[in-house]
Design a protein around this ligand. Structure first.
Ligand code: NAD
Length: 364
C-alpha cells in the first residue's frame, strides 16, 4: 500500500519564526521516518518577510498554496522593522486573512504543566502541577466581527459600539469540535459564557447543551460564567479538561491559561475548521532573541504534534509529546526556563534531545 503523502506549506515568517519552524520540520521528518506517511514541503514568505519580498504580508500565491495544502505550519510574524506600517500592510493582517480564508473557526490551545515545569509557574506549584487542559476558542465570529459597529458623534459627545452576535450553526460547530476533543481526552467539557447577563450567551448555553444531549451525552458538560472561569483557572486549573467559549472570552482566558507553565515558548496552537488547519506557536517573533539559537522550540514542536493529530497520525503526535516531556524531565531547559540546577541547552540541542526521546518511544 502506498504511504499517505501530506503536502505542507511552511511559513517561517519573521524573528525567531525560522529558528523554531526548522525544529518543527525536524520532528515531522523523524515522525514520518517511523510512520506510514511522508511530507512534502513548500516554504513561502509570510508577514514581514513577504512584505520585504512582495510588498504584501500574504501574497495571493501564498494563500492559494495554503488553501491547496494539507496543513500550514507557521512560525511567527512581525517585528520592529514593520511597526510603522498600518492596516492591511501590517504583518499580522496577513495572518488574520489567512485564518479567515482557511475557515479556521476553532482555535485550540492546549496547556500542559508537567511536574518538571510546575516550579517555574508564576502560580503556586502545587496548584498548577499536572494541569492538562485545552481551550477551544471560537475564532471567526462573536464581538470581534459582529455588525453593526461604529464610533460616531452623538450630540456634543461621542458614542461607540460593537455587536456580540452568534448564530446557532456557529455555536454548534465549535461545540462539536470541543466535544470531539473531549472524547479523545478526559471526557469533560466546560462551556464558558455570561448567560446571567447576555442574551447571546443564553443562546450559546442552550445550543451547547442541545449538541451535547443529542450527540455527546457520554461527555460530562458543565456551564460556567466567565468571571468564575477566570478565577477557577488561577485557583484550580486542574479541574478543567476542555474549555469551550466564544471569541472574546476565549481570547482573555487562553492568555491567562498560557501563563500557567511559566513561558510563552511552551505553548502550541491549532486553528481548525476548514479542510486545512493552521499550526503555530502562541508566541510572537521575539526579535530580541532571533537568530541566536536560544529560542525555545517546544511551542513550535508541539504545534507540529497538533498537525499530526489533525492528520490522524496520533501515534506520531504522541511520540512528540512524549519526547518533550522526557526532555523536560531530564532537566533540559532553554534560556527562558533555565534556573539553578537545570541544564541549559540551545534551540537545536533541545530539539535534538526531543528527537532522541522520540526515537526511544518509537523503538519501545
Ligand atoms: P513575543 O511573544 O514575540 O515575545 C514576548 C517575550 O517572550 C520576549 O521577551 C521574547 O523573547 C519571549 N519569547 C517569546 N517566544 C519565545 C520562545 N519561543 N523562546 C524564548 N523566549 C520567547 O511578543 P512581543 O514581544 O509582544 O511581540 C514581538 C513581535 O511578534 C511583534 O511584532 C508582534 O506583533 C509579533 N507577534 C506575532 C504573533 C504571531 O505571529 N502569531 C503573536 C504575537 C506577537
Amino acid at each position: 500500500m502506498s504511504k499517505d503523502a501530506y503536502r505542507i506549506v511552511l511559513l517561517p515568517g519573521d524573528g525567531i519564526g525560522p529558528d523554531v519552524t526548522r525544529e518543527a520540520v525536524a520532528v515531522l521528518e523523524l515522525a514520518a521516518a517511523h510512520g506510514d506517511f511522508t511530507f512534502s514541503y513548500k516554504e513561502l514568505p509570510a508577514g514581514g518577510a513577504a512584505i520585504d519580498a512582495h510588498n504584501d504580508p500574504l501574497p495571493p500565491n501564498v494563500l492559494e498554496e495554503c488553501l491547496a495544502s494539507d496543513g500550514v505550519v507557521l512560525g511567527a510574524v512581525g517585528g520592529p522593522k514593520w511597526d510603522h506600517l498600518t492596516g492591511a500592510m501590517r504583518p499580522e493582517s496577513g495572518l488574520l486573512k489567512l485564518r479567515k480564508a482557511l475557515g479556521a473557526f476553532a482555535n485550540l490551545r492546549p496547556v500542559f504543566v508537567p511536574d518538571a515545569l510546575a516550579e517555574g509557574s508564576p502560580l503556586r506549584e502545587d496548584a498548577v502541577r499536572n494541569t492538562d487542559l485545552l481551550v477551544v476558542r471560537e475564532l471567526t465570529g462573536g464581538i470581534y466581527f459582529g455588525e453593526p459597529r461604529a464610533r460616531e458623534p452623538e450630540g456634543d459627545h461621542e458614542k461607540a459600539y460593537n455587536t456580540m452576535v452568534y448564530t446557532t450553526p456557529e455555536i454548534e460547530r465549535v461545540a462539536r469540535v470541543a466535544f470531539d476533543w473531549a472524547g479523545k481526552r478526559r471526557r469533560a467539557v466546560t462551556s464558558v459564557d455570561k448567560a446571567n447577563v447576555l442574551v447571546v450567551s443564553q443562546l450559546w448555553r442552550d445550543v451547547v447543551q442541545q449538541v451535547h444531549d443529542k450527540d455527546f451525552a457520554d461527555i460530562d458538560l458543565q456551564h460556567m460564567y466567565v468571571d468564575n472561569a477566570a478565577m477557577q483557572l488561577v485557583l484550580n486549573p486542574r479541574q478543567f479538561d476542555v474549555i469551550v467559549t466564544g471569541n472574546l472570552f476565549g481570547d482573555i482566558l487562553s492568555d491567562a491559561a498560557a501563563t500557567l507553565g511559566g513561558s510563552l515558548g511552551l505553548l502550541p496552537s491549532a486553528s481548525v475548521g476548514g479542510r486545512t488547519g493552521l499550526f503555530e506557536p502562541v508566541h510572537g517573533s521575539a526579535p530580541d532573541i532571533a537568530g541566536q539559537d536560544i529560542a525555545n522550540p517546544i511551542a513550535a514542536i508541539l504545534s507540529a504534534g497538533m498537525l499530526l493529530d489533525f492528520l490522524g497520525e496520533s501515534r506520531a503526535a504522541e511520540a512528540i509529546r512524549h519526547g518533550v516531556a522526557e526532555a523536560l524531565d531530564a532537566g533540559a531547559r532553554t534560556a527562558d526556563l533555565c534556573r539553578t540546577g537545570h541544564r541549559r541547552v540551545s534551540t537545536s540541542e533541545m530539539s535534538e534531545e526531543i528527537q532522541r526521546n522520540m526515537k526511544a518511544f518509537f523503538k519501545g
